[in-house]
Design a protein around this ligand. Structure first.
Ligand code: FMN
Length: 182
C-alpha cells in the first residue's frame, strides 16, 4: 500500500466541520485537568454513550487513562480564549471562580453551550490516539446559544439556513427524518 501523506489527510479531515469541547477530569491528587478537543462525538442514546479521542503524546493522556470520570464542556462561540488555553501543553491554570465542580467532581465551565458528565465506559486503541467512551450520567443545557465551530483549522460561527427546516426537494432523505435528528 502506498504511504499516506498525513499532512494531506489532515487537511481532508479538516473539511468535516465540528464543534469544540473541553474535556475535564481529576488527577489522583485531585488536581483539575482539561484538554480541548474536536473529536467529541455522540455515539448512542440507549445506553447514553459519547466518545472523544486523545493523542497518545498528550501530556494529559495518563491522567485520563487513570480517571474513571470525565466531563464534556461543549463550547460557545465566546469561549475561543478558553479553547486556546486548553490547547496548549498542560500550561492552563484553572482560575478560581472560572468553573464549578459537577456531581462527578470534574470542572464545568460557565458560559458553555452544554455540559455532560460521564463515567468512563471503555478505552480503545485508536492508532496514535486513544478513544475514550463515556456513559453519560448527567447533562444540562447552559445559557449560551452560539456554538464554537472548527473547520479547516480555523474557528468559525454557525448560522442556520433559512430553508433548513424544509424537507429535501429531491426526496433523497425521504426515509430519514431530518426534523427528528438533533
Ligand atoms: C480546536 C482544537 C481541537 C483539538 N482536538 C483534539 C483532539 O480531538 N484530540 C487531541 O488529542 N488533541 C486535540 N487538540 C489538541 C490539544 O488540545 C493539544 O494538543 C493540547 O496541548 C494537549 O495538551 P497536553 O499536551 O498538555 O496534554 C485540539 C486542539 C484544538 C485547538
Amino acid at each position: 500500500m502506498a504511504a499516506i501523506d498525513t499532512r494531506a489527510l489532515r487537511n481532508i479531515l479538516g473539511c468535516y466541520a465540528t464543534g469544540v469541547a473541553i474535556i475535564t477530569t481529576r488527577a489522583a491528587n485531585g488536581q483539575h485537568v482539561a484538554v480541548t478537543v474536536n473529536s467529541f462525538s455522540s455515539v448512542s442514546l440507549d445506553p447514553p454513550l459519547v466518545l472523544f479521542s486523545l493523542a497518545r503524546k498528550a501530556n494529559v493522556l495518563e491522567t485520563f487513562m487513570q480517571a474513571d470520570r470525565f466531563a464534556v464542556n461543549i463550547l460557545a462561540h465566546e469561549q475561543q480564549a478558553l479553547s486556546n488555553m486548553f490547547a496548549k501543553p498542560s500550561t492552563a491554570i484553572f482560575a478560581e471562580g472560572s468553573y464549578s465542580v459537577g456531581l462527578g467532581g470534574c470542572a464545568l465551565f460557565g458560559n458553555s453551550l452544554a455540559h455532560l458528565e460521564c463515567t468512563k465506559a471503555s478505552e480503545a486503541d485508536g492508532g496514535d490516539h486513544v478513544i475514550f467512551l463515556g456513559h453519560v450520567t448527567h447533562f444540562h443545557r447552559c445559557a449560551a446559544t452560539q456554538p464554537l465551530v472548527f473547520y479547516s483549522g480555523s474557528y468559525g460561527t454557525y448560522s442556520r439556513d433559512q430553508w433548513s427546516k424544509l424537507p429535501p426537494s429531491d426526496g433523497s432523505l425521504s426515509e430519514f427524518s431530518v426534523t427528528g435528528w438533533g
